[in-house]
Design a protein around this ligand. Structure first.
Ligand SMILES: [Zn+2]
Length: 534
């Protein structure tokens, strides 16, 4: 469902493990700690660091609980400005963690629709910001007055401006109903759990977000608040003239996604990973809710000129949208990563799965008994590769250390006798660091049930490191992302014909049907706009 990516993080160009739970690999694999510079090695550090963050989160939460208790209007004003200053601070961190999607025309378009909806809200006089994030998740969230974020992956799945307006209306309604604030005060446990989870998964920027309760924001606000946001949000989009049924269509989109995941999980013999976002866990607004929204807006007969849908305008706006990883994140094709901004490529053995996560590149064998990760870090200018690797692996028992040189890059390699995420930290790990430009590429490799001090696939790990090299000029096109293209169907158009072009490892036909809102078996009508990926 989710193509791969590898992106040097904006913060100090450092890469560490990402915070996206992977269902099939040991969770430990996804853990790292940027601060002390270790990869998947060190589990011992985590509890205390997690605790420290919990204490911070708890202090913040207690402070806002106390504020709640005294509710003079002066206090309320203070709270209001506190809220906007905390969303402002979060804003910087969110942009840093995800990156802004670089397409001004699309940003302007989404903002225009957002402003149109927000003008119908009880906070119409506030300054609202609507931002498309460079992330392929199907998600949207708000941090409070008055910031709303859309992941670009959600835009891939929407099919009209009215659908977009209903998503934005829902998020604006969370703000006007003060759900983010309530979460700060009531959701103490939730944010503690979020902080712990992000610390465990280790990405610095993601951990920063967790301190602000961001993980909780992105998961929604619970059934009751979600229903309230649907009801109020629908009123906003209806008052702005958008076709009320569009909100139900967004629900359908999420439901189809869930249905696909459930079918797929059954076929693969695993538990389904159903999306826990804003729409999937509660009922869609029914005909009565739509009627109520029209009545509340005094628009029973519809606005002058009819309800706005703007399917064509929407499809035109998303034509060319990045699908999967972006250029800044690097593109995985087969078993090789191409990264234009870093100017590098690296390859893994055939048949390995390569996953480009937000902060690390992870690759593993089909049996998942051998895995590697590559992270990217800054190195101090005065520090050589050996010293640097030692500093990263502080406290670990090292063996077999030696300097290496690969494709003109200086480096150092060594093994640690423990740290393998495949053996609960007990097995050995091969480490390689290579210096290129201002970045240190840190490789780690481990095999399950390795005996002694040498990982089973040790030679293989070194040979993967040897594939790291500069991109050739002829390879730069391969580092360009896949893009969504909008076409008009004829009577002869068969969506299935485009399935082979889908850059997904499994179920390309289903994925194509999903993004066109046709899954599982609806037919494409002639003369309609449809999406393909090139
Ligand atoms: Zn919501």
């Amino acid at each position: 469902m989710r193509p791969d990516r590898f992106r040097p993080s904006a913060r100090q160009g450092a890469l560490s493990f990402l915070g996206r739970a992977h269902p099939d690999l040991p969770e430990l694999l996804l853990a790292s700690s940027r601060q002390n510079g270790r990869g998947f090695l060190d589990r011992r550090m985590k509890p205390s660091r997690a605790l420290a963050t919990l204490f911070v989160a708890m202090t913040v939460a207690l402070a806002s609980l106390q504020l709640d208790a005294q509710s003079s209007s002066r206090k309320q004003t203070e709270r209001k400005s506190q809220e906007s200053s905390s969303s402002r601070k979060a804003h910087e961190k969110i942009l840093k963690a995800y990156g802004v999607y670089e397409n001004q025309a699309l940003q302007d378009y989404v903002s225009e629709i957002g402003q149109r909806v927000a003008r119908q809200s009880s906070l119409a006089d506030q300054e609202w910001k609507f931002v498309v994030l460079d992330d392929d998740s199907i998600n949207a969230f708000t941090t409070g007055c008055c910031y709303v974020y859309l992941h670009r992956g959600l835009l891939i799945h929407l099919n009209s401006e009215a659908e977009l307006a209903s998503v934005l209306g829902h998020e604006v309604a969370h703000v006007t109903a003060k759900h983010p604030q309530k979460r700060m005060t009531r959701g103490v446990l939730a944010s503690l759990a979020a902080a712990a989870a992000a610390i465990y998964t280790g990405s610095g920027a993601v951990a920063d977000l967790a301190n602000l309760g961001a993980t909780a924001w992105m998961r929604g606000y619970g059934r009751e608040n979600e229903l309230e946001a649907d009801r109020i949000g629908l009123q906003y989009s209806v008052r702005a003239g958008y076709r009320p049924e569009a909100m139900g269509e967004v629900f359908d989109m999420f439901r189809r996604g869930e249905r696909f995941e459930i079918d797929r999980a059954r076929a693969e013999g695993r538990e389904p990973r159903v999306y826990h976002g804003m729409f999937s866990s509660h009922p869609a607004p029914d005909a009565r809710a739509v009627q109520a929204a029209k009545a509340a807006a005094n628009l029973e007969a519809g606005p002058e000129g009819g309800w706005v849908d703007n399917r064509e305008r929407y499809m035109k706006a998303i034509d060319g949208l990045t699908y999967g990883s972006s250029r800044a994140q690097g593109i995985v094709r087969g078993n090789r990563l191409y990264h234009a901004e870093l100017g590098i490529t690296v390859a893994f053995p055939k048949a390995w799965t390569v996953e480009n996560q937000r902060d690390a590149l992870i690759a593993y064998t089909p049996s998942k008994d051998t895995l590697m990760q590559i992270t990217l870090r800054d190195y101090p200018p005065t520090m050589g590769p050996r010293e640097f690797l030692f500093s990263q692996l502080r406290g670990a028992t090292l063996s077999g250390g030696e300097p290496i040189q690969i494709n003109g890059m200086e480096g150092y390699t060594a093994r640690t006798t423990s740290g393998s995420p495949l053996d609960n930290g007990a097995g050995p790990v091969r480490w390689v660091v290579l210096y290129r430009g201002k970045s240190a590429y840190l490789f780690a490799g481990a095999s399950r049930s390795s005996r002694g001090a040498v990982p089973e696939a040790d030679g293989l790990f070194l040979s993967v490191a040897e594939t790291l090299r500069a991109l050739k000029p002829s390879e730069y096109p391969l580092a360009e992302p896949y893009r969504l293209r909008i076409r008009t169907s004829t009577a002869d158009t068969r969506l299935e014909d485009y399935a082979d072009d889908m850059p997904v490892e499994k179920y390309p036909r289903e994925e194509l049907m999903l993004i066109n809102g046709l899954y599982p078996n609806r037919k494409l009508q002639p003369g309609t706009l449809y999406k393909v990926v090139e």
